[in-house]
Design a protein around this ligand. Structure first.
Ligand code: NI
Length: 387
């Protein structure tokens, strides 16, 4: 087990990679230059098993240990940026207007590259490591597509691990929990169909705006009056569009929103009851609704064995007091959930210091965190695959 000092010598080089990636952000599946950069670096480390074009632009590379046969563990980094105009004012700010690495995926990619360089140079483990560089984490379910394209079977991956930076947590600290980590994400649309008319004569209309307002209030009670308060459900109405003029009651109103849950039973409940509640309210006022519901990402669960392994690797790097082992799960969602559905493993948070929050135009990944992330990956591999 190595302390972080072992990895300080990689910091300057990893910082260069990170800032290059930061200057050249790409979105979704269009991470062509990023994937090319990653592939070139991996090849320069002497890694000869590299597969590209998985889920369009994903890359998987395999490093074999020198300790003999053993299992293969997967380490995943995401590569995509966000459609945000950067306002960090850093010398290495985005060179592409309207796109930026505002979630630190540039740092995640650089940390996995740093670990790849170290592991390819030392190979003090048995079995193999599969380095997974995925596109489209933010939007597009790139993790799901890599799983659908068979990476787990093809590379014989038996456990899989992920990492994300966390602003507001000190550099050199890690945080994790066993069990639920991130919530399932669903979206819904409701169209309220009334009957439009002159705003001076509302009694001759069925006003869809008033009905929509009642539905918004009604949906709040699914959480506050119909759900066990010790279980988590979030229902947020996030869009509401209706009308064109001061004196017209429109024919319809459109609303949309998001649902976050951990338990499958609550996910089913929300899908069923949002429609029933909206339908019931609308009928009471003589209106009708059209309802659409989409299940997007599943909830993400850390597995006990993988969590314990992650804690051991992080503790070895920074000491036990710097590893929070029982953090609260987040109602946010994360597309690494698909990989943890396919294989056991764990997802850990790494401190990014007092930076702006992720998805904020002033955010920047903290390069001081690079040796910690690199060291975590290396410790994890050498612990899981101890020769
Ligand atoms: Ni992210």
């Amino acid at each position: 087990m190595h302390s972080v000092e072992t990895f300080r010598e990689l910091q300057d080089e990893a910082t260069e990679w990170r800032r290059y990636l930061h200057q050249h952000p790409e979105l979704g599946y269009q991470v062509h230059d990023t994937a090319r950069f990653v592939t070139e670096k991996l090849a320069s480390f002497g890694i000869n098993h590299i597969e590209t074009g998985i889920a369009e632009t994903g890359v998987v590379a395999v490093i074999q240990g020198e300790g003999g046969d053993g299992a293969t563990i997967g380490l995943r980094a995401d590569m995509d940026a966000l459609p945000i105009l950067e306002a960090s004012n850093k010398p290495w700010s985005s060179q592409i207007l309207g796109k930026m690495h505002a979630c630190g995926h540039d740092g995640h990619t650089a940390m996995l590259l740093g670990a790849a360089k170290y592991l390819a140079g030392t190979r003090k483990f048995k079995g193999s490591v599969a380095l997974i560089f995925q596109p489209a984490e933010e939007d597009g379910c790139g993790g799901q597509r890599m799983v659908q394209e068979g990476i787990m079977d093809r590379f014989g991956i038996s456990q899989v691990f992920g990492m994300h930076n966390r602003p507001g947590m000190e550099v050199g600290k890690f945080a994790i929990c066993d069990g639920p980590v991130a919530a399932a994400l669903d979206e819904f649309d409701i169209i309220v169909k009334g009957r439009g008319g002159h705003a001076a004569h509302p009694y001759r209309t069925i006003d869809p705006i008033v009905v929509a307002a009642q539905i918004i209030v009604g949906l709040q009670t699914l959480v506050s009056r119909n759900t066990d308060p010790t279980e988590s459900l979030v229902i947020s109405v996030t869009k509401l569009h209706a009308g064109t003029a001061y004196n017209i009651i429109p024919d319809y109103a459109e609303m949309a929103g998001t649902v976050r849950t951990f338990l499958p039973s609550l996910r089913d409940f929300a899908e069923r009851q949002i429609e029933a509640c909206a339908q019931g309210i609308a009928r009471g006022f003589g209106a009708e609704i059209e309802f659409r519901h989409r299940r997007l990402e599943p909830a993400m669960f850390n597995h006990t064995k993988g969590t314990n392994l992650a804690i051991k690797a992080a503790r070895g790097l920074v000491g036990p007091v710097s590893v929070a082992e029982k953090i609260k799960p987040s109602m946010g969602s994360e597309d690494f959930a698909y990989m943890l559905e396919a294989r056991p493993g764990a997802y850990i948070h790494i401190g990014n210091g007092p930076t702006a929050s992720v998805h904020n135009p002033s955010y920047d990944f903290n390069d001081e965190a690079l040796p910690y992330g690199i060291g975590y990956w290396v410790n994890l591999v050498e612990t899981a695959l101890a020769a």
